[in-house]
Design a protein around this ligand. Structure first.
Ligand code: SF4
Length: 228
């Protein structure tokens, strides 16, 4: 049996139904719903930000960004502001956001622009910030700069990645290890279309895992692996 999750956003009054199509949701509760609409992953109800442009000065930390939006209730705990990064080398079959795969697509933004947009008062209330893709770990330098800026403000951070935590542990870039230490919740692994049903809260497919404090988990695993 398919698991159906109903999420009522108390701030906006919107009802998000996970696990069924808009047509199925209307058949289940048509008398409660107005016009139902399919969202799919990373497609929020409202685009809360105007398009951003690359700044004249690109000498600081930069990120290629597909979009930034607010009020997501399906990409981590509570109500979240989200940055969807551009570029993904993983290319899972059935990915809902193929337009984010091209590493040269989207817009190059400074980390300061991304922070300012994520923290736009128009996006409040928010319980935290989510990074998804595209593939956030494909831009380790910019990602680390962004996470450092957000963590300095004591914000709760969720990062989605198509890599497993173990695969990230084998990556040579120090920035990845540091980014994991600044992440409160990692949702790891590729999207597997055949495992999409009953994926569970915040996940796209059942193989994906919720890993809290992934930097600590990884360090612990690697110490054990070395026999410490
Ligand atoms: S990792 Fe995410 S963005 Fe990349 S192909 Fe898979 S589902 Fe799509």
């Amino acid at each position: 049996m398919t698991e159906v999750t109903w999420i009522l956003d108390p701030s906006s009054g919107h009802l998000v139904v996970e696990g069924v199509t808009a047509e199925e949701a209307a058949a289940l509760a048509g008398d409660l719903l107005q016009t139902a609409r399919d969202l799919n992953c990373a497609r929020p109800l409202h685009w809360a930000t105007a398009p951003l442009a690359t700044p004249a000065d690109t000498s600081g930390a930069m990120l290629r960004v597909a979009r930034i939006y607010h009020g997501s209730v399906v990409e981590g705990p509570g109500r979240r502001s989200v940055v969807q990064l551009q570029g993904c080398p993983i290319k899972c079959r059935g990915c809902f956001v193929p337009e984010t795969h091209d590493p040269d697509g989207g817009t190059a933004l400074s980390v300061a622009q991304v922070v300012d947009t994520l923290l736009d008062p128009a996006g409040e209330p928010r319980d935290g910030i989510t990074m998804l893709g595209g593939e956030p770990m494909a831009q380790p330098k910019g990602l680390l700069a962004l996470l450092s800026a957000l963590k300095a403000l004591n914000l709760h951070i969720v990062v989605y990645t198509g890599y497993t935590l173990d695969a990230l542990g084998r990556r040579p870039e120090l920035e990845i290890r540091k980014a994991l230490l600044l992440t409160d919740l990692l949702i790891d692994g590729p999207f597997v279309a055949t495992q999409a049903y009953d994926a569970g809260e915040w996940r796209g497919s059942r193989n994906q895992r919720l890993i809290y404090q992934p930097g600590v988990v990884l360090a612990h695993r690697q110490r054990r692996g070395r026999g410490a």
